[in-house]
Ligand binder design. Structure first.
Ligand code: HEM
Length: 151
């Protein structure tokens, strides 16, 4: 196995763990957490367990992704709109890196707790909407990246 194939395999495994976790959170956990029969705190407990996994996956996806850009000598793709999926991958990665490593530990966690005590239903609706936006954009990007690199 050459190092490009190895990097690609790491990249895909990391994306499966990361975007797969996002899909489960969005389509299964959040609807259960938002139901009035569910005791409060389910969303926060799953986020607390999933955040370290997502952080490792984001680091591995970024390292393997940039390694592939270097190994393929593909930096020029960033100035070609036809490679929109390269821009999309990088933008999603930057967004999640910011949220998981900077915004969440810094203030998002405290903001969520405060808003949940003031307006729990509106806060859960907002969180669900944001997750759907992230999942939709990520799914389109995965589709575009596979078609773009093999099609
Ligand atoms: C810093 C961030 C990232 C960089 C630099 C990066 C870079 C790359 C590169 C260079 C390739 C190989 C393209 C080719 O063979 O022509 C690739 C493939 C791929 N990337 Fe990323 N990527 C990043 C983040 C992401 C994210 C966030 C996702 C998912 C939302 C993603 C999903 C994929 C997929 C599905 C493939 C195709 C794998 C295959 O079928 O061979 N990447 N990426």
């Amino acid at each position: 196995m050459d190092d490009l194939v190895f990097a690609r395999a790491i990249h895909v495994v990391a994306i499966v763990a990361w975007i797969g976790g996002l899909a489960l959170e969005t389509m299964v956990i959040l609807p259960i957490a938002a139901s009035p029969e569910t005791p409060p705190g389910l969303f926060e407990r799953t986020e607390r367990l999933f955040a370290p996994i997502a952080r490792i996956a984001v680091l591995l996806a970024g390292a393997s992704g940039f390694y592939m850009v270097h190994a393929l000598d593909a930096w020029g793709r960033y100035s070609d709109a036809g490679f929109w999926w390269m821009h999309a991958m990088t933008a999603i990665w930057v967004l999640f890196t910011l949220v998981l490593f900077v915004l969440e530990p810094w203030f998002l966690h405290a903001w969520f707790q405060r808003r949940m005590s003031e307006a729990p239903v509106a806060t859960m609706t907002l969180i669900q909407r944001l997750h759907w936006v992230l999942l939709s954009v990520s799914t389109i990007t995965v589709f575009g990246a596979v078609v773009g690199s093999h099609g």
